[in-house]
Design a protein around this ligand. Sequence first.
Ligand SMILES: [Fe+2]
Ligand SMILES: [Fe+2]
Length: 311
Amino acid sequence: MTRPLTDGAPAPAIDERHPPIKARRISFDWSKTPLHWVPGDPVATHMINSFHLVLPEGEKWFIQCVKDARPHIRDPRLLEEIKGFIGQEMVHARSHQGVLDQILEANGIEVSRITGPAGQGNADRPARMAALKEKSPRSWRRRLRFELAAVASIEHYTAVLGQWIMDNERLDAAGVDPMMLDLLRWHGAEEVEHRSVVFDVYRAMGGRYPTRVLAWTVSLFFLYWALIGGTLYLLKQDPTVKGRVTLPRAYRSYRRSVRKGTVPGIFRLLLGEAPVYLKPSHHPSEICSTPRALEYLKTSPAAQAAGYDPY
Ligand SMILES: [Fe+2]
Ligand SMILES: [Fe+2]
């Protein structure tokens, strides 16, 4: 597929099924980013901050699952894609950790009640999986397949959200902090690039449709818990709004932000993807646009500062 770029130069052909995946080791400077990086909107800010809360440990878990499966994969192209996936997710986890340390904790917002148990879970997982493999290789395989199916479901949403944030010019119009917007759009672009990897790993490990549906349902509940629970957890601790944000006020503010376009409508977005993701013949390459992701990466200040040419 060819598609004109913004500067009029022809883009190289992109295979949406197998786009090249490479890690870009970029970094962000948070020294000028205010706590409410969606200006004047703590609810919208903390709603997206809830992703920062779960992503560092979440993405480390994605990596563990894929690494567990890797010795069982024979396809050299998928092995190469796994390498790119792991590299990208490592940089993502580190970048979101920077937001937790340098913006949230620096402003007195405690995050360890969420990140601590998640980190412990990741630290304990290799021994737990090894013990299970020793006891019953069949149960280990079933367990790993379920986890891969859950990660594939979450990766569907990270790609869809990535496309949303790249295409959403209303965030710029609302005056969202440019450094944060670049982090979210760079991450979103790479999520679009590697959107098929975990799905393909799941299938290569013998994953089938019923487990995909079950894991999607569990993941959906997790995502609602992470988004709603995370937003309320952060709002409760925000020193500028502490004790003044009740649930109905937070909900009204969220609805206003959805109308303004600074946050996605999470009920429509998450449930609305069910007919897409649950189509038995679905493959992630059918959604989102790699050329659009590359187009963004071409202009991403952080990627450009690190000297990456996306083509
Ligand atoms: Fe990621
Ligand atoms: Fe991802």
